[in-house]
Structure formats: structure tokens, C-alpha cells
Design a protein around this ligand. Structure first.
Ligand code: PGA
Length: 257
């Protein structure tokens, strides 16, 4: 049976105390399941205390960002080498980082390489804005984002990257109210796999973990995860609510593939 990856992106929410309460509630409501890997992505401050609180058989941790240089005069930054052994994953290139913090394609490429160098799996977020969608630019945008982000990896390293298709226009904080249509998700994810196949060959493309994020809620889980080539989900808002997040996990365990 297929193993799905579900990543809760908490964004800039929850202080240490609130995060600890959420983890306890999630622990009560989520069972260990061999077919679902559950990853929580809290803010930096929460990562260190939470690593001691989580049941590691149930939850893994992701950072939401990090800097590509290992140490030095970069006031305010946290490096991937500092996150080594603390997290398994790190979100890279989330649209909020690209849009609010002007992260360029090249910076994202360097972050992806730094994560892999430090034994942290990048969760590379890619996706078009509503303007780019209107202009029929989705394929070009995904092509540019995927090819540059992976450019400094070897073929063997590419499979350590999780690619998350997150259409910006469907993300709740950018005004999205429901996920992209399954047919649109399928088109985008097939395209991502085609790009990978052309660059690195069919077997890399087939083995790549590709997930979907944007306005994910439990009611949509089965339709999205039943699509061929979709390996998991990246809920944001719904991951802050223990009922909603555990319902998403529950719905995932019921998907038959
Ligand atoms: P959302 O966020 O589920 O609240 O739309 C997803 C994301 O931004 O990763």
C-alpha cells in the first residue's frame, strides 16, 4: 500500500505554550499509521521544545525556512546546519517567502542544495499566481521553479526533494476558499513529473514524492489523493485545528490506492 505524506504548515502561528497544547491534542486524536507520515512545521522557537514532546513514531518535524550559509554574519537568520538532527524536512520556496520576502529562484536553489547537504529533505513549494494562471503561464512558471530549484543537485539527490504543488490563488491566506479542481491538480502534477522525466529520467520522475497544498480540508482528501501521482498534502489553516487536522489524517488512512 502507498504511503502518503501529510505536512501541517503552521506558518507564523502558535507560541510555545499554544503549540504544546496542539501537539497534545493531536497526539490524542492521531494513531500511528504505517501508511501515513505526518509532519508538523512549526516556527523556529517552537521546534526545540516540541522535539522533546512529540511521539516520534507519529510525528516528524519540518522547519518553515532556513538560510543556505552554514554560519556567519547573517543577523536574524537560522541555518540548515543548525537544524540538522532537529528536523527531517524544511519547507523551501513557499509562496509567502517568494512574495513577501522576495526570495528569488536562485536563492531557493541554494537553499535546496544547503538542505540536502545537511541531510534535511526539502519540501519545495511551487505554484502559479492568479495572474499567471489567467495569462496561461502555469506551465512556464512551474518549469522555471522546478528546474532552477534542483539545478545544483545530483540526479541521486533529486529524489530527496518533496515537491509541493501549491497554486497561490487557492491558498487560503491569499484568498482561496477551496482547493484547485482535481483535474487542474492532475495536470500540474503530471507536468512536474514530465519536467523531472526530461531532466533526470523516468525512474527519478516516477519515484519523486509530489504533494498538493492549498485550502486542503478533510472533505477534499479522498478526491485529491485518489489522483494518480499525488503522494500527499500540505494543509495550512486546517493544520492549526486539531479536529480538522486529525480528520485529514483519518481521511488519508481511508484512501485506497
Ligand atoms: P492553506 O495553506 O491550507 O491555508 O491554504 C497552505 C499553504 O500555504 O501551505
Amino acid at each position: 500500500m502507498k504511503k502518503f505524506l501529510i505536512v501541517g504548515n503552521w506558518k507564523m502561528n502558535l507560541n510555545v505554550h499554544e503549540a504544546s497544547i496542539l501537539v497534545k491534542r493531536l497526539d490524542d486524536h492521531i494513531k500511528i499509521n504505517r501508511n501515513v507520515e505526518v509532519v508538523l512545521a512549526p516556527n523556529f522557537l517552537v521546534l526545540q521544545p516540541i522535539v522533546r514532546e512529540i511521539d516520534k513514531r507519529k510525528f516528524k518535524l519540518a522547519a518553515q525556512n532556513a538560510y543556505f550559509v552554514d554560519e556567519g554574519a547573517y543577523t536574524g537568520e537560522v541555518s540548515f546546519s543548525m537544524l540538522r538532527n532537529l528536523v527531517d524536512y524544511c519547507l523551501i520556496g513557499h509562496s509567502e517567502r517568494r512574495i513577501y520576502f522576495n526570495e528569488s529562484l536562485e536563492m531557493i536553489r541554494d537553499k535546496v542544495a544547503a538542505a540536502v547537504r545537511n541531510n534535511i529533505k526539502p519540501i519545495l513549494c511551487v505554484g502559479e499566481t492568479s495572474q499567471e494562471k489567467q495569462d496561461n503561464e502555469t506551465k512556464r512558471v512551474l518549469h522555471d521553479q522546478v528546474t532552477t530549484a534542483l539545478a545544483n543537485l545530483t540526479k541521486e539527490e533529486v529524489n530527496q526533494v518533496v515537491i509541493a504543488y501549491e497554486p497561490v490563488w487557492a491558498i487560503s491566506t491569499f484568498g482561496g476558499s477551496k482547493p484547485a479542481k482535481p483535474s487542474d491538480i492532475k495536470l500540474a502534477i503530471d507536468w512536474i513529473r514530465q519536467i523531472l522525466s526530461e531532466l533526470y529520467g523516468y525512474s527519478v520522475s516516477k519515484d519523486q514524492t509530489v504533494i498538493y497544498g492549498a485550502s486542503v480540508e478533510a472533505e477534499f482528501v479522498s478526491d485529491i489523493l485518489s489522483l494518480e501521482g499525488v503522494d500527499g498534502l500540505l494543509p495550512g489553516a486546517a493544520s492549526l485545528n486539531y479536529k480538522q487536522f486529525s480528520q485529514i489524517i483519518d481521511a488519508t488512512t481511508k484512501v485506497k490506492i
